[in-house]
Design a protein around this ligand. Structure first.
Ligand code: FES
Ligand code: FES
Length: 173
């Protein structure tokens, strides 16, 4: 079968009932999408299917053939995804980073379906787990996006972090 991922066509040989997550990571080498729980609970494996977030660990690959799949590797080709990634960087949301590709996909899906979500809607959609507890930063960043951000304060923090990183010579990269 053929999959359309990030605007490119990929021939796939996995069995029809293989979860999309394994195909992305193991067959196609698109490892930005993460494995967390494997049972649709954590959201680490989130990708977009025709612009809406799904959990790829429980999605048989045969069901997504011929549809548009977007992974973290291609999310910045989408205007909403580009804004989300820029805001995530400006707010320095990630800690260990493991859950963050899924968080970005969920936020992108939210803003594509509902550009002005209220707090309840944000909470209802942003259900991905984060063991580092970045929930407050995520909520603030999504609110900033809804309000047209990233805000000047967030941009300033990003610029200062970049300067500090340059001073360190990337020692902590
Ligand atoms: S790995 Fe898919 S929801 Fe956790
Ligand atoms: S940033 Fe570490 S699990 Fe979310």
């Amino acid at each position: 079968m053929e999959l359309e991922i990030n605007g490119k066509s990929y021939p796939v040989e996995s069995d029809a009932d293989t979860p999309l997550l394994w195909v992305l990571r193991d067959e196609l080498g698109l490892t930005g999408t993460k494995y967390g729980c494997g049972i649709a609970q954590c959201g680490a494996c989130s990708v977009l299917l025709d612009g809406r977030v799904i959990r790829s660990c429980v999605t048989p690959v045969a069901g997504v053939a011929g549809r548009k799949i977007t992974t973290i590797e291609g999310v910045e080709d989408d205007p909403a995804g580009r804004r989300v990634v820029a805001a995530w960087v400006a707010h320095q949301v990630p800690q260990c980073g493991y859950c963050q590709s899924g968080q970005v996909m969920a936020a992108t899906s939210l803003l594509k379906q509902s550009p002005q979500p209220g707090d309840d809607e944000i909470a209802a959609v942003m259900t991905n787990l984060c063991r580092c507890g970045t929930y407050n930063a995520i909520h603030a960043t999504v609110r900033d996006l809804v309000n047209g951000g990233p805000s000047p304060e967030a941009e300033k923090a990003r610029a200062e972090a970049a300067r500090a990183s340059n001073r360190d010579g990337g020692a902590h990269a």
